[in-house]
Design a protein around this ligand. Structure first.
Ligand code: GLV
Ligand code: MN
Ligand code: MN
Ligand code: MN
Length: 393
């Protein structure tokens, strides 16, 4: 909790509440410096990879490494726990293992992934997607933030070469197992610590509705081609289409030019959709898209749809989960989650598991996100026991 308190003033968003910390912005770079110092103070060898992720090694980097970690960025106006809890817990777990005299037989590493939330450049898990080849460096470099800065430019300013980014075979070959600790993000866990069993299939889509910009007072209602109309109907369609455990959210909408007395000429609407499997998710999005197309036609507007990111259902590694249970208790519950994680990207490449710390409010991606100190301590103990078990001879 002291470590989280160290970070408490970094990146506070006074306008939205909570925190706004985004990949390679001033605040995230400050947090990375904090992490680097904390890791070096513990004698860990900190090395950035070429995709903008930070690695802190206990022992020489090599194959079979036991890796833990998470991210330090947040959504706009996010909570204090999503991301930082996994990083802080990793440092604390190292302290706990050291205090117990543990000498790892395998290399151990803490990783901090860049731009996990996609809060700045739109694609979540950007650092782990680059590392695994799930996004090409060319596509990543072109992603643009709200100020028109590209990911390539931001990476370059942070000391990384966007031309050298992309699938990192040696880094992947080092990872023998990856275990990410994270605050649980719903109301699914009623004991201090649990495991994740799976992650929903998940994608993001951008709908651009184009109509005719005009005067709010001088334009008769029957003369309008107002793209806000189909945009609004997309929001309603999302609520109606998400059934049987599917989730569909419009959390971001940008009318252009965005004036109270101006009929917008175009509107961008971002849809986040998730469901148990790929066909179900696609079906939900198709229903929403059909409704959006009908609404656009009714209003004499055009609509363009772009898939900004996609990931299928993730099942965490049963053998690794069994190992974690041997370390922390056979009765540890496992629950599916609707939240995305770098662990979900890595799971397609290396044995991966997740530890969840109870969330008493069920709130996440918002300032009220919370975990009790005792539960966080239980999370650190579970992570330390897991690392000890996995990194023993
Ligand atoms: C990331 O936390 C996400 O689930 O969107
Ligand atoms: Mn998150
Ligand atoms: Mn997270
Ligand atoms: Mn006027």
């Amino acid at each position: 909790m002291t470590d989280l308190a160290d970070l408490a003033d970094v990146g506070r968003d006074l306008r939205r509440g909570g925190y706004s910390r985004h990949g390679f912005d001033r605040v995230e770079l400050e947090l990375r410096e904090w992490f680097t110092e904390e890791a070096r103070r513990r004698g860990l060898d900190v090395r950035p990879d070429r995709n903008g992720n930070l690695w802190a090694w206990w022992g020489a980097p090599g194959p079979g490494a036991v890796v833990t970690g998470s991210h330090l960025d947040s959504v706009p106006g996010g909570g204090a726990f999503d991301g930082p809890l996994g990083v802080v817990s990793a440092l604390q777990a190292v302290d706990l293992l050291r205090a117990g005299g543990f000498e790892p037989a395998k290399p151990l590493a803490i990783v901090v992934f860049v731009e996990e939330e996609g809060g700045r450049f739109g694609v979540a898990c950007l650092g782990s997607r680059l590392m695994t080849g799930a996004i090409t460096p060319e596509a990543a470099a072109r992603l643009t933030d709200a100020d028109g800065v590209t990911f390539g430019e931001a990476a370059h300013a942070a000391g990384f070469d966007p031309l050298r980014m992309g699938r990192d075979e040696p880094a992947l070959a080092h990872v023998g197992a990856f275990v990410e600790l994270h605050v649980e993000q719903g109301r699914g866990l009623d004991v201090p610590v649990g495991l994740a069993s799976s992650i929903l299939a998940h994608g993001r889509w951008r709908y651009t509705f184009t109509g005719e910009g005009n005067h709010a007072g001088a334009t008769l209602m029957e003369d309008r081609r107002d793209p806000m109309l189909p945009a609004a109907q997309l929001v309603v369609a999302a609520r109606r289409a998400a059934r049987d455990g599917a989730r569909a959210t419009v959390g971001r909408i940008a009318p252009n030019p965005g004036g109270t007395n101006v009929i917008a000429s175009s509107v961008d609407v971002w849809l986040d959709a998730r469901a148990d499997d790929e066909p179900h998710t696609r079906e939900v999005v198709e229903r929403i898209t059909s409704a959006a197309r009908r609404a656009a036609a009714d209003e004499g507007c055009e609509v363009r749809v772009a898939e900004e990111s996609w990931g299928g259902t993730v099942l965490f590694d049963p053998a690794l989960m069994a190992d974690v249970r041997r370390a922390i208790g056979e009765d540890t519950p496992a629950l599916p989650t609707g939240a995305g994680h770098d662990a979900g990207i890595l799971a397609a490449h290396v044995p991966t598991a997740m530890l969840f710390v109870r969330n008493p409010t069920g709130v996440s991606h918002a300032p009220a996100e919370f975990a009790e100190a005792d539960d966080c301590a239980a999370g650190v103990a579970a992570l330390a026991a897991t690392l000890e078990h996995l990194a023993s001879a």
